[in-house]
Design a protein around this ligand. Structure first.
Ligand SMILES: CC(C)(COP(=O)(O)OP(=O)(O)OC[C@H]1O[C@@H](n2cnc3c(N)ncnc32)[C@H](O)[C@@H]1OP(=O)(O)O)[C@@H](O)C(=O)NCCC(=O)NCCS
Length: 206
């Protein structure tokens, strides 16, 4: 199989615009960049209190979703540390955006990235987030050539913690009262997986 165009570059030179120029296809999902036409699907889950419960932002009204969508449409490159590469997750069977998933460039020097995900409750419990998250690890440890990927969640967010464990991440830290979110101190869990463990699990066929 011939190498994709970006396979030879250094991590710094990989152009995520090119990474997003073609959607990622998994067994059930298409991961693509957001477009302005995704407003209704995005509003359907970003406006829900149960979705926002453990997130930094509150349930969003239409104006806030419009602004978020504008930003998410721009999140197509990992040029600077802190940048997110965000994907709209289309469940092909439903023909709509059922959630979002992304990778953040945390440290270029350490080749460290972070994963984040939000799914509509109507489409949870089917393994769709797991499938999308596995594709993110493949992107991070494949073309982006990261060395380690972390994921953070509120310690009460069991669904998020379970998801990260399912894809092979391990608990690396518990920051007790580590964050002040929505008027209270919360414990933050940090999950992590090094690239070598991800590669080994693929060799074993996990
Ligand atoms: C975190 C979140 C994405 C997890 O969603 P999820 O539906 O639990 O995850 P998946 O889509 O991978 O589904 C996994 C569940 O479906 C089940 N499942 C069914 N078919 C499956 C399959 N083919 N493969 C894997 N799991 C499957 C699993 O057993 C699991 O259920 P369990 O956790 O009760 O054991 C979701 O809860 C969410 O969006 N929450 C709100 C936003 C949020 O908090 N984001 C995280 C911020 S840190």
């Amino acid at each position: 199989m011939s190498k994709p165009a970006w396979a030879g570059g250094s991590p710094a030179s990989i152009g995520p615009v090119r990474l997003l120029s073609q959607p990622i296809e998994t067994a059930r999902l298409t991961l693509r960049s957001f477009t302005p036409g995704d407003f209704d699907d995005l509003y359907a889950y970003q406006s829900r209190p149960d979705v926002a419960r453990f997130l930094y932002w509150p349930p969003r009204d239409r104006g806030q979703v419009r602004r978020a969508l504008r930003e998410q449409c721009q999140e197509t490159s990992l040029d600077a540390e802190g940048d997110w590469l965000t994907f709209a997750v289309v469940w092909r069977e439903a023909g709509r955006v059922v959630g979002e998933i992304g990778l953040k460039l945390v440290s270029r020097e350490d080749r460290l990235g972070e994963i984040g995900f939000v799914f509509h409750p109507d489409y949870q419990g089917r393994g769709l987030a797991t499938e999308a998250a596995r594709a993110m690890l493949a992107l991070g440890f494949g073309p982006l050539r990261w060395q380690r990927i972390i994921g953070c969640c509120d310690a009460r967010n069991l669904a998020s913690a379970r998801l990260m464990e399912r894809i092979g991440m391990r608990l690396a830290a518990r920051h007790v009262c580590g964050e002040y979110v929505k008027g209270e101190w919360t414990d933050e869990l940090v999950y992590a997986i090094p690239g070598r463990e991800w590669k080994a699990s693929r060799t074993k066929g996990e």
